[in-house]
Design a protein around this ligand. Structure first.
Ligand SMILES: [Zn+2]
Length: 78
């Protein structure tokens, strides 16, 4: 259930969310890559990133496959 979020590309402010403040279940977040400025919705189940070809998870951080060394910022949306 990954949704592309073309309508959300405007929100590039720095109001990131904290991590680990939600109960364990499916969460949809928007990942923003600080390197290439990609903004894409990704899903987490039980704090694990659902299969996604463009993003990979290391511990609590999500990295884009463009080679960014910085983790993506994660934003919540509903
Ligand atoms: Zn990137």
């Amino acid at each position: 259930m990954v949704t592309t979020l073309d309508s959300e590309r405007k929100s590039r402010d720095s109001s990131g969310i904290g991590s680990g403040c939600l109960p364990v279940e499916i969460r949809e977040l928007v990942a923003f890559c600080p390197k290439c400025k990609t903004l894409e919705a990704i899903c987490f189940v039980d704090d694990h990133l659902m299969q996604n070809r463009r993003f990979s998870q290391r511990y609590e951080k999500v990295y884009h496959d463009c080679g960014a060394e910085e983790p993506c910022r994660l934003y919540r949306f509903s």
